[in-house]
Structure formats: C-alpha cells, structure tokens
Ligand binder design. Sequence first.
Ligand code: C2O
Ligand code: CU
Length: 480
Amino acid sequence: MKLLNRRDFLRFASISGALLLTELTPLNLLQSAYAQKSKEINLTANLTNVDLGNGKPFIAWTYNGQIPGPEIRVKEGERLHVFLKNKLPEETTVHWHGLPVPNVMDGVPYVTQKPIQPGGTFVYEFEASPPGTYIYHSHAHYQLDRGLYGVLIVEPKREERGYDREYVLLLEDWATVDGGGPEASKRGRIQPLMGMMGMMGMMRRGAGGPLQEPLYDAYTINGRVFEASLPFKVKKGDKVRLRIANPSSSTIYTLRIAGHPVTITHADGRPVLPVTVDAVRIGMGERYDVEFIANNPGRWHIYNIRDNSPTSGWLLGTLLYNGITSKNYNADTITTVYKISDYSILEGIDERFFKPVTSVNKAFRVNLSGGMMSPYWTMNGRVYPDSDDISIKQGDRVRIEYFNMSMMAHPMHLHGHFFEVVGTGRVTGVRIKKDTLIIPPHMGRGAVEFIADNPGVWFHHCHNLYHMEAGMANLVKIFS
Ligand code: C2O
Ligand code: CU
C-alpha cells in the first residue's frame, strides 16, 4: 500500500472537510479510498508510420502507435498511474500540461526528473484535479512536433453544464517529413550570428544553433487533414460541447465553424461566464471548451481564419447534420464583421479550488525578445539555462508582467499552477484563470498573478516549441 505524502494528505484532508493533522487515525481509511479510485494507463512512445490523409506517409513519433495519442479521460479526484515505456531512439518525458501535479511528476527533463532513456520506463502518479481539458505531451527536444501528444480530460464529479454530444478537437501543424523536427527544419536551420547571443549560444550548444520553425505543409484535426477528415456529426437540436486544444508547436489558430457562433464556457479548463463568439483564437498550449446548439442543418466547414478574413482561411474539418446527403457545403453566414474571442471579453467564475490573489508581495518583469539578428529567443535578454530564475517562497503572491519586444506572439506557459490573467494588451482589470497566455507582438503586454502554492522548481516558457528550444524559458523556484 502506498503512503500518502504530506501534500496529498493535506489536499485530501481539505477536500474531505475539517480533518486536522492531529486526527491521524483515519489514514488507513483514506488510503483505501485512494486505492479504489486509482486508474492505470499504459503509454508506449515509439516510431510509427503514419499518413495524415494527404498521401505523404512519414515516420511520426507516437504514443501507442496513434496520432493523437490515446485520449485519457478520468474523474476528478481519481489517482492516475501512467506507465510510460520509451521505445524511441532518444530520451523522453511526459508533461501533464495545465494540471498542477506534484513537482517530481511534472515531466521536464533535467528540471523535475532524469529523462527516461531508450528502453526505459517511468511511472507517473498523481491525482487528477481540478476538472478540465488538458494536454499531455513530450517535453524533450522537438518530440512534441513529431506527434507525441494527446488530450487529458478530467471530468467533474458533478457536471454543471449538460450536453448531448461532446467532441475533442486537437489542432496540429505538420511538416510531412518527420512531423516537424530536425529533418523538417533542415532548410530552416540558421547559423548563429556572432552577436552577443550568438556567442553565448555557441558556447552552450556548439555550432549549428537551435532549429527554426519548419515549413508546415499539413494542418490536422485529430491527425487527419481536411480531405481525409471524418465529419463531426450532430443532430438538429443537439447541445454540442467541443473541447478544443492546440498542441501545435508553432501555430496560433482562429477557429471558425461556418454557420455557427459558439459559446466559450472554459478557458484552459477553468470555467468562465459564457460568452458567444464567431471564432476562437487559440494559441499553442491553450484549451477552450465551447458549446453551440445545432440549429442550422447542413454541411459546414470547420476552418482557420487567416488574416482576419473569413474568406481566406484554410480548411480543417466538417460539421455535418444527420440526414444531410448533399456533398455541397453551405456558405458561411459571416463575411467580414465578426467577433473573435479575446481575453478581455472573458471573465472567470469563482471556484472552490482557488483563492483569488489579493495584495501581491513579489513582482517580476519579463521582457521577451529575439528573432531579429539571432536564432535565439530570450527572457530578459538571456537564453535558458542562463536566464534569470524567479525565486520565491511558498505562499508568496506573485505578479509577472510580460513585455513583448519582438515581432512574434509568445504563448507563455507556467508549470504547476494556474495564474490569474489580470492584464492583456493594454486592457487591465481582467480576471480569468489560465495557464497559458498569448503575449501579442510589437510591444504587446500581459500580466498574471498567482499564489505560489505548489513548491518545487517549475519550468516557465514560451509554448512555441522552437522558441522554447531556442532559449525563451526560465525556472520559477518555489521554496517551501
Ligand atoms: Cu505544454 Cu512546458 O509545456
Ligand atoms: Cu515565443
């Protein structure tokens, strides 16, 4: 029988009510309650020949031979045991993106664990809480872009918003050479310049430098390009929930379902006051749960809006009503005037899991730059692991302000915590809980606050995989 560690015990105790630490006798009872609720998952990471449906098969890196990896769906409070087998030619780890797991289970190589060597196994073990839509993915090298990702859904004990049908939409960008990674990036590999950052990087990584984003040639929902996609089927009158997640390595989507505005109900798993939009902007690492009523029968495109123009997008999938036999797609009902989701129109709902951050006692500024004269991307002018740590104490109420001096957007992600977004662009007074926040380019800003309640050394980085690997990361150290 497993012993509860102190943190688990405290969590469990606070969930089950006013248990005091001095009342330790019921521990055995608590343990057996845990054992009954534990769930085992087996993941094998290996190389698999895949075809996204565009007739260009390639060798992807997969969990259990499939793209995306198997859906992991558990109930809030369940204890997960994930057995990971590494059959890849290199070391790997799995990260539970968004879920505040204990530090040693967070899956960041050389930060929270020794990576799992080829042929090796590792058991990840944590409690699935709070409920929400999450992503699991490799956190080693460029493996995420090669296909090592899947969705992790924690269902609430009691579903507060009923629905008739639910679909998961995982959006992914591909270079159909090796998914995206060293092969795909060959043409894009840039030599470091001899500037300051270049010198620093060359000493650290050797010549060659980090990879540039590949030239993607395929975009998929759930591993299939539009031409090979399976329609999402609905019945007239259905209330439909979509869990949209973006495990792409460097694509921000503006997702639109022709003929259907959608209502955002959750951002990064956290509930928000429902807001209806025509399209959902979703950065790498972000998740949105949305709902709509199927009240517009037909065959409709699901597509990505490019350059703010609904008529110039790229097609991703199909929404199809039962009984529709015509192969023709209905024309979208919007042309130019439409509402895209934006953090400033979202408002969080209070939850029993979270205390709001009141009176910040530590504040940090993070300047994001790079990409101009150098292949490196920086935080406060430095490249990870030479970047400055953010060192704080457990219980600190922390504020991080981001300034984006570069010409690209950066979805910033903090491990182990949800933060409250308190500012975005030039808008202040926002209050939504998230774990990933896009900082817009060209002097764009963002501010987040969180309570440092999960001790350990946590990774904090841009979720553009190529920016992360090129240095835009640091450590948030929370001492207990
Ligand atoms: Cu989803 Cu550190 O990442
Ligand atoms: Cu970035």
